[in-house]
Design a protein around this ligand. Structure first.
Ligand code: G3H
Ligand code: 13P
Ligand code: ZN
Length: 316
């Protein structure tokens, strides 16, 4: 069934595990995630960015999700708006049938300019009031992610201030709080294996001490596995050397209140590698199923691995 993010995260908190939130733009991504959830018996969050809603036409995405709940009636799944850039975006997601929204007030409506704290509190509070009225749950964000490369986040990174986080949660009433600890969206997060200098896991511990009952969210949490990058490069791709967020660091986070883990890039890498490989093996192929099936399979394997690692497996 379609459930709210809050329901899944409350259960995760009781069980001491994390729940992967995977981004989708199309049928094969929805299928890959649902297959992985079914094979591992996992609850799951499926999320669509504003770009995804525009790319697919969000009614298609919504109805794909309804199909997912019909095909997999035993899997609890939340349908979440990723990085809503304002109350209007969140409202349109709610009107469409999303069960959860992110109001990302860490940035202004353009999705680029860092916003001030009072703006963030105001728009997030507004969305919480509107959403809770109709049983939809809300994620807010405090602090900014790095990386302008993919159009998200600002050039300057500001890590979440734990005391401000306490005030933010009190004043907004969010169901979950996304924190900025040095990660960014996309494939190029770190230029070497991240240590605590660049990946500020200590901030999560501090926030969790001050807000033990708040579900924390890690964005930019793809691990950018070398094996997946290597497949892309082996078959003609050009991904530069790069590092993501190691799975063991995410597991540390889960010990300290991280309940939602956002992953998009790892699925993109898996699909791209599989498609490049398929074409390399048969350059004459032109049936989309020939390359989309291995792409779907590769995405499913990544999602399964994350579901096992985050501990959500077995908790559907
Ligand atoms: O917000 C980051 C996600 O990876 C979605 O990216 O805006 O390109 O759909 P997108
Ligand atoms: P990645 O780019 O690391 O997969 O992050 C996805 C994300 O945070 C979506 O909101
Ligand atoms: Zn994000």
């Amino acid at each position: 069934p379609l459930v709210t993010m809050r329901q899944l995260l409350d259960e995760a908190s009781k069980g001491g595990y994390g729940v992967g939130a995977f981004n989708v733009n199309n049928l094969e991504q929805v299928q890959a995630i649902m297959m992985a959830a079914s094979e591992t018996n996992s609850p799951v969050i499926i999320q669509a960015s504003s770009g995804a809603r525009k790319y697919a036409n969000d009614r298609f995405l919504y109805h794909l999700m309804l199909a997912a709940t019909e095909v997999y009636p035993d899997i609890p799944v939340a349908l979440h708006q990723d990085h809503g850039n304002g109350p209007a975006t969140c409202k349109s997601a709610i009107d469409l049938g999303f069960t959860s929204v992110m109001m990302d007030g860490s940035l202004e409506e353009d999705g680029k300019t860092p916003a001030d704290f009072e703006y963030n509190v105001r728009v997030t509070r507004e969305v919480v009031e509107m959403a809770h009225e109709v049983g939809v749950t809300v994620e807010g964000e405090l602090g900014t992610l790095g990386g302008i490369e993919d159009g998200h986040g600002s050039g300057e990174v500001s890590l979440t201030d734990p005391d401000q986080a306490v005030e933010f949660v009190e004043r907004t009433g969010v169901d979950a709080l996304a924190v900025a600890i040095g990660t960014s969206h996309g494939a190029y997060k770190f230029t070497k294996e991240p240590d605590r200098e660049v990946l500020a896991m200590n901030i999560i511990e501090e926030i969790n001490q001050k807000l033990p009952n708040t579900h924390l969210v890690m964005h930019g949490s793809s691990s950018v596995p070398k094996e997946l990058v290597d497949i892309i490069n082996e078959y003609g791709g050009e991904i530069r050397p790069t590092w993501g967020v190691p799975v063991h660091e995410i597991q540390e986070g889960i010990k300290h209140g991280v309940r939602k883990i956002n992953v998009d890039t790892d699925l993109r890498l898996a699909a791209t590698g599989a498609i490049r490989k398929a074409f390399n093996e048969d350059p004459g192929a032109f049936d989309p199923r020939f390359y989309l099936k291995p792409a779907r399979e590769a995405m499913k394997e990544v999602v399964k691995a994350r579901m096992e690692a985050f501990g959500q497996a077995g908790h559907a």
